[in-house]
Design a binder for this molecule. Structure first.
Ligand code: ATP
Ligand code: LTN
Length: 337
């Protein structure tokens, strides 16, 4: 009798920078979708500390943020027994493949990246080479694992398209080497906006703490920040062009409660923004409470976190090495062994 071979499951990869505490934007746009994907796919999730240093970081804070990030991801339902969870700098193949891929990526392509343009404006005194070649490292993260799907927020679409272009270019020159990854972007919640300037995306590095909710904010803080959220002068809960603040609150409410926009409009018909903001704040606080509590338990257990990132790195390094060896052979490097 022939042995039956289980069909290969799709590979999922995503990364998140430990540049601070994750926001509701990171959560709704990306992390929330990571746990459900574990059931039917081979998932690999990374805390990308090498990407984080493209902007100046305080070393002690960076270390702490990476460990917090690990605990938050587990608290959000990423199960280290089902997925590979690791810290990017623990797997040298990322930096190694990044160098090779940077030689298959054009100056002009990198210069068109909107994240590079935004971040160079914000960090005008430190427009370093790493900030510019950032997408080559991101392409390496993804392509090392023969990734099929990359769950990210809307802002990463351009980087992902570049990763696809690099992969296709390499495959064309050297024969099939990399799987071509597809983006996986949620229909609602892919771009959560700042609560203070709803034309800008919510970002954990915003100087104004009222602009973002973090996944670890307590109920009082969440309610207070939503109460102060910028809306408009119409006093009408409706999803319409030009109502950026209200649209953003409706989006957040919709994702955490599962209600559609029309249902939300009916729920708040004739009511003021005060009631609406309180309802959004309460729904977010209730939704995030289990994450916050689980985080506190996990973050206290440093031995467990160490075990998770050690095993994750070992497993990831094994998979990554296979692709890196193939790439080194294809570009013509002399095998070390
Ligand atoms: P920084 O503020 O330090 O630039 P960031 O929060 O923009 O960081 P990451 O931490 O690397 O960037 O983002 C991790 C994931 O969260 C990515 O998939 C990104 O697309 C998503 N994301 C970030 N901000 C938002 C947002 N406002 N709305 C939806 N998704 C977001
Ligand atoms: N560039 C992403 C973070 C990131 C990533 C990745 C996302 C680095 N490597 C690989 C998905 C796949 C950001 O800034 N949000």
């Amino acid at each position: 009798m022939e042995a039956s071979v289980a069909p290969k499951r799709p590979v999922i990869f995503s990364g998140i920078q430990p540049t601070g505490i994750f926001t509701l934007g990171n959560y709704l746009g990306a992390i929330k979708n990571w746990a459900p994907l574990q059931e039917e796919n081979d998932c690999i999730y990374s805390i990308v500390d090498e990407h984080a240093i493209t902007v100046r970081q305080d070393p002690a804070k960076l270390r702490e943020s990476a460990l917090r990030a690990l605990a938050v991801l587990i608290a959000c339902g990423i199960d280290p027994k089902k997925s590979i969870l690791f810290i990017q700098s623990h797997v040298p193949a990322h930096a190694q493949l990044s160098w090779v891929l940077s030689c298959y990526c054009q100056f002009g392509e990198l210069g068109r990246m909107t994240q590079f343009k935004d971040k160079s404006q914000k960090n005008a005194d430190n427009i370093n080479a790493g900030l510019f070649t950032y997408p080559a490292l991101m392409a390496a993260d993804i392509l090392l694992y023969q990734t099929n799907l990359v769950p990210v927020g809307e802002d990463q679409k351009q980087h992902l398209e570049l990763s696809r272009d690099i992969a296709q270019r390499f495959n064309h020159l050297h024969g099939d080497t990399f799987a071509i990854p597809e983006p996986y972007i949620p229909k609602v919640g892919a771009r959560i906006m700042s609560l203070q300037e709803p034309q800008k995306k919510m970002s954990k590095s915003d100087a104004n703490v009222n602009a973002f909710i973090t996944v670890l904010d307590d109920e009082d803080t969440i309610l207070r920040k939503f109460k102060r959220a910028v809306t408009d002068s119409e006093a009408e809960v409706a999803y319409r062009e030009g109502k950026d603040g209200v649209n953003n609150l409706m989006t957040i409410y919709s994702v955490v409660t599962g209600k559609g926009f029309e249902e939300i409009e009916r729920e708040f018909a004739g009511k003021g923004y005060g009631d609406f903001k309180l309802a959004v704040g309460q729904a977010v606080a209730d939704h995030m409470k289990p994450v916050r509590e689980e985080f506190q338990r996990l973050y206290a257990d440093k031995a467990y976190l160490k075990e998770v990132y050690r095993e994750g790195a070992e497993h990831a390094a094994h998979l990554a090495r296979r692709t890196l060896d193939k790439v080194y052979r294809k570009v013509g490097f002399v095998p070390a062994k």
